[in-house]
Structure formats: C-alpha cells, structure tokens
Design a protein around this ligand. Sequence first.
Ligand SMILES: Cc1cc2nc3c(=O)[nH]c(=O)nc-3n(C[C@H](O)[C@H](O)[C@H](O)COP(=O)(O)O)c2cc1C
Length: 184
Amino acid sequence: MIYRPILLNEEIKFSKKKFIVSKTDVEGKILFVNKNFCDITGYGHQELMGQPHSVLRHPDMPKAIFYMLWKSLLAGMEVSAIVKNVAKSGKFYWVIADFSMQRDERGRLKSFTSFKRAAPTHVSQNIENLYHGMISAERKGGIEASLLFLEIFLKDKQMSYSEYLEDLVEEKAIFSSWINFFKK
Ligand SMILES: Cc1cc2nc3c(=O)[nH]c(=O)nc-3n(C[C@H](O)[C@H](O)[C@H](O)COP(=O)(O)O)c2cc1C
C-alpha cells in the first residue's frame, strides 16, 4: 500500500540549483532517485525503490496532466509539466519537471527519467489557477472535460501547451534579468 501523509498547507522551498532526479520503469515504478529527491521529500532511498511514482501525488494535480504525461512518454515524446507534489511530512512543493525516456538496444522503451527544479512562485501561482479550473471540470465531466478546459484556455492564449509552459517559465526570468541590469 502507498503511504499517504496527512496534507499540510505548508510549502517546502528549496534552492533552484537543486535538481531532483528520478528514474522509473515503463509502469512508473521508481528505479532510481538522487540525494536531493530524498532530502526534499523526506523519504529514504530504500522506502522509494519499487514504489509507484504516484507516492508523491498531490490531490490538487489534475488527472489530465498525468494522462498527457503518460500519453507523450509512451509515444516516445519528451514532455515538461509543472507539478505540485506532497513530501512525506505532508508539506507540498512545486517543480518544473522535464521528462525523457531511455530505450533498449532494440529501440523499445526501457525507462523514464525526470529532472525537476523548484518552480518560482509566479509560475506556481499562475498554473494553480489553470489546475483549479481543470479539477472542477474533472469533477463534473472527467478527464475529457478537463482536457477540453485546457484546450479552450490555450486557444484563448493562442499557444500550445509547451509554448504556454515556456512562456510562464521564461517571462519573469527575462523581466528579473532586466531589473538586475538596471540595479547594477
Ligand atoms: C519519470 C517519472 C516521474 C514522475 N514524477 C511524478 C511526480 O513527481 N509526482 C507525481 O504525482 N507523479 C509523477 N509521475 C507520474 C506518476 O507515475 C502518476 O502517473 C501520477 O502520480 C498519477 O498517479 P495516479 O494515476 O495513480 O493518480 C512521474 C512519472 C514518471 C514516469
């Protein structure tokens, strides 16, 4: 059985230089985690090996995001997502996650890897609004309704999903580099 902590409304903040790395088999069972993974989630290395990656799943995450993630990975396409996770303590943390895949010598999918870094507050605040909308759509009409909500949201912005993520992540970074430029 997967350990499910009692959720706390407290955020874990960590250095943007700390990369959280994990690797799973094609079913999403954990094969490898780095030290940052254990430090930030509070789980020991041995506790995690062989566990489904959904051990970190936060109920504020729309099901449709994981549906899109798995659809892309199983189709052999790299993908990114902004994810809210739960640590062992019940506290939450936000990451910008990049997913990729490894293949065996015959070209069959062998494993999936994720590289995650801290999501700045403006990124998590923005995506939280979208996720709230998707989750309410999910409650009424399941994953299909949630995907439709996302489609309409992106159409309105005239962006693809990856363009929207790029825009969200880059926007303030460029802005703050200008502020830093003028501060000098
Ligand atoms: C490499 C890799 C890393 C993943 N990392 C996370 C993660 O940090 N948090 C998470 O909730 N799901 C993560 N997932 C997705 C989970 O496998 C799962 O689809 C998700 O937690 C939803 O679980 P559920 O369908 O059982 O609710 C990851 C999947 C892969 C392949």
